[in-house]
Design a protein around this ligand. Structure first.
Ligand code: TLP
Length: 349
């Protein structure tokens, strides 16, 4: 039987032979002593790419986000985020556990405006939490890979500056936002104090993210990374994979976007599906009246792995291990799965 087509996430990619060769031949040293030349090269490369003074290699997007919060907030503060923001929704309560902050949600659906931010900021009375940070996610995962419009980002940044808030960008998929808009990662990152980016999603590296910002912020970040157990030793083997990903896999994310659009179009023909507009590599499919778990199981039986992102919503993510030739068969299998799941759900009512 053919191996399953895995559309659960762009995190499922496996390093290719050339990436593994780059890892095997990486020059390394003890990075806790600051002696790993490949990690240094990666940090300098990413900082330059994002137009920031410095960068820190961290183990995951979660660690990057959480260190950014530790750097820019105090316990008891409030942070303003969009609905379903990864740093508040998918990080196991880390913001509450490590920084001691609580999230307040601006707008609806993940994206928000400067007016939404303004409305979410608490008045400066001592009995209110201090609103100290606004975090934007671009592209926005739960919003279905939507690009945060840069005009909104700029207006949000102006409000944040005027009200004394720090600004963090969760740019786990900033490469996708750049490919979709034609803007450079540095342009998209410019309004923010800290930016986290991932090498392990669309770019196909097995591990790794970077947190970027000013030299001072990254100095603090370095201390927090150590506190969280994220000081790594001969980490150049991982940094080499990230460098390989930056050299070879940034431009190609546009292919994932085209594949996602083709997938959405084919699935949109199924009467059971309400397919959200696709901007990048994520396709959200609402299946009103049909439990998502039934669709996931029916697709798996047909050799296609997808994820449930709500009780009646499934998520499909394209990535570099899903060739264009797999899109047609995957869409056909998902359409069949939708039909079967809808008939099972209908029978159960
Ligand atoms: N997202 C994962 C899951 O955790 C949901 C996925 O499959 O999409 N920011 C954003 C916007 C993300 O989507 C993710 C991962 C992260 C941060 C965290 O990255 P990791 O998994 O490296 O901690």
């Amino acid at each position: 039987m053919a191996p399953p087509i895995d559309l659960r996430s762009d995190t499922v990619t496996r390093p290719c032979a050339a990436m593994r060769n780059a890892m095997a031949s990486a020059e390394v040293g003890d990075d806790v002593y600051g002696e790993d030349p490949t990690a240094r090269r990666l940090e300098e490369t990413v900082a330059a790419l994002l137009g920031k003074e410095a960068a820190l290699f961290v183990s995951s997007g979660t660690m990057g986000n959480q260190i950014a919060l530790l750097c820019q907030t105090r316990r008891g503060d409030e942070i303003v985020v969009g609905e379903g923001a990864h740093c508040a929704y998918y990080e196991s309560g880390a913001a509450a556990a490590w920084s001691g902050v609580q999230p307040v949600f601006a707008g609806s659906g993940g994206l928000f405006t400067a007016a939404d931010l303004e409305a979410a900021i608490k008045p400066p009375e001592y009995w209110h939490p201090r609103t100290s940070l606004c975090a934007v996610e671009n592209t926005h995962n739960r919003a279905g890979g939507r690009v945060f419009p840069q005009a909104d980002v700029i207006a949000i940044a102006a409000v944040a500056r005027a009200r004394g808030l720090g600004l963090h960008l969760d740019g786990a998929r900033l490469w996708n936002a750049a490919a979709a808009t034609g803007a450079s990662p540095a342009e998209l990152a410019a309004p923010f104090d800290t930016v986290s980016v991932c090498f392990s999603k669309g770019l196909g590296a097995p591990i790794g993210s970077a947190l970027c910002g000013s030299r001072d912020l990254v100095r603090d970040a370095h201390r927090f990374r150590k506190m969280l157990g994220g000081g790594m030793r001969q980490v150049g083997v991982l940094a080499a994979a990230a460098l390989h990903a930056l050299d070879h896999n940034v431009a190609r994310v546009a292919e994932d976007h085209a594949n996602a659009r083709a997938l959405a179009e084919a699935i949109g023909a199924a009467p059971e599906a309400r397919v959200a507009p696709v901007e990048t590599n994520i396709v959200n499919v609402d299946v009103p009246g049909v439990p998502a778990a039934l669709v996931v199981a029916a697709a798996a039986r047909r050799g296609v792995r997808i994820g449930a992102s709500g009780p009646e919503r499934v998520r499909l993510v394209t990535h570099l291990d899903v060739p264009t030739a797999a899109i047609g068969p995957a869409a056909a299998a998902i359409c069949e799965a939708l039909r079967e799941a809808a008939s099972v759900a209908g029978g159960a009512r």
